[in-house]
Write a protein that binds this ligand. Structure first.
Ligand SMILES: Cc1cc2nc3c(=O)[nH]c(=O)nc-3n(C[C@H](O)[C@H](O)[C@H](O)COP(=O)(O)OP(=O)(O)OC[C@H]3O[C@@H](n4cnc5c(N)ncnc54)[C@H](O)[C@@H]3O)c2cc1C
Length: 323
């Protein structure tokens, strides 16, 4: 594999966010002599975060500043033009609102193959092999992508360790998108802002989730307390959300959000496949459940057969004691 293009997005805190993980994935498939390029789009004045790559393309335009449909149209135009110019074998996107709109459009314009929601990517001769969770996260399927490329791949957050600093400073190249950006065919009618306190569930390194076993809405205050102590976010099963104990924006699973934290702590969740579909790529699942036969113990790295009413306060107090 020779050239891999990563489509980066700068996180709100100015760090590389998933772009640094994508750069690591790109390095893994580009080979020793390969080239990893990372493209950042935005309004004039953007600066690239520290990232391990051979080249960084800065693509600035006033139409690339917002996160709306008109921006996505402009980003599609600009990134398609860049891909045509540098002809990468693979184009890697993370998971974001923008990526989910732009990536398939670019694949269509380049007549490229397209795979989304992948958790790993490797080479096999001239082909690419991607891994994707299937059957609600109960199995992983490996797909061989053949042909010369380009191949457009979307990777789940947390699939690779972020690679921030390489051995050499990347070359910074300004790519002028102006001649390529056409009129937008989309109009933004209205933006609905989700109420957000603390860490975003999808980005959290630690998720503390509660299910029907909590027995009511009140225990979610303690779940929130533990999440806050660990710098994490609160998740929930659909049963807990349907019961009205917590807002559906916290729902993890097939019809909720997909999370990939380092630590997923669950209290009173049975581990139905539709729930696990949203958290099976967590690095470590810790389950607390009174039923030793609960299926979540099959997915958990550590399990406590016990009542949350005893385990959760004890855990909170032990963490407070540590400092
Ligand atoms: C099409 C479809 C989509 C779905 N999408 C989702 C989805 O996105 N997310 C999702 O979560 N579900 C989803 N579901 C629902 C899913 O099948 C389960 O019904 C749901 O996940 C169960 O939630 P739960 O584990 O909280 O409840 P339960 O299955 O009722 O489990 C409660 C658990 O708590 C334990 N418990 C009880 N008391 C205590 C205690 N005191 N201390 C500790 N443990 C205790 C019990 O042993 C039990 O294992 C979907 C279903 C369908 C059909």
């Amino acid at each position: 594999m020779s050239s891999v293009l990563v489509i980066g997005e700068v996180a709100a805190d100015g760090l590389a966010g998933q772009a640094a993980e994508l750069a690591a994935a790109a390095r893994a498939i580009s080979g020793v002599d390969g080239k990893v390029s990372v493209a950042f789009t935005g309004a004039p004045g953007i600066s690239a975060p520290e990232i391990a790559a051979n080249s960084i393309y800065l693509i600035e335009h006033e139409r690339l500043g917002e996160s709306d449909d008109a921006t996505f149209d402009a980003a599609t135009d600009a990134l398609t033009a860049l891909a045509k110019e540098i002809q990468p074998k693979a184009i890697l996107f993370g998971r974001s609102d923008s990526a989910s709109v732009v990536a398939p459009r670019i694949a269509m314009r380049l007549n490229a193959s397209f795979a989304r929601d992948c958790t790993a990517i490797e080479t096999s001769g001239e082909d690419l092999i991607v891994t994707r969770p299937v059957h609600g996260g109960n199995a992983n399927a490996r797909f061989r992508i053949t042909g010369a490329g380009p191949h457009v791949i979307m990777l789940r957050p947390g699939s690779y360790e972020a690679e921030l600093a390489g051995n050499s400073t990347p070359e910074q190249i300004r790519f002028d998108p102006t001649p390529h950006i056409g009129d937008s065919r989309s109009t933004l009618l209205r933006t609905v802002q989700e109420q957000q306190e603390g860490v975003r569930l999808e980005d959290a390194d630690v998720v503390v989730s509660g299910g029907r076993g909590l027995g009511g809405p009140e225990p979610f205050a303690r779940i929130g307390e533990l999440a806050e102590l660990l710098g994490g976010a609160v998740g929930a099963s659909r049963a807990a959300c349907d019961a009205g104990w917590i807002d559906h924006s916290h729902q993890v699973g097939l019809t909720g959000k997909t999370v990939s934290p380092r630590l997923y702590l669950s209290f009173g969740i049975s581990g139905a496949s539709q729930h696990m579909a949203g958290c099976s790529s967590a690095r470590n699942i810790v389950a607390v459940n009174t039923d030793p036969d609960a299926s979540i113990f099959g997915d958990a790295r550590f399990g406590v057969v016990g009542d949350w009413k005893q385990v959760l306060p004890a855990l909170i107090s032990a963490i407070r004691d540590i400092g």
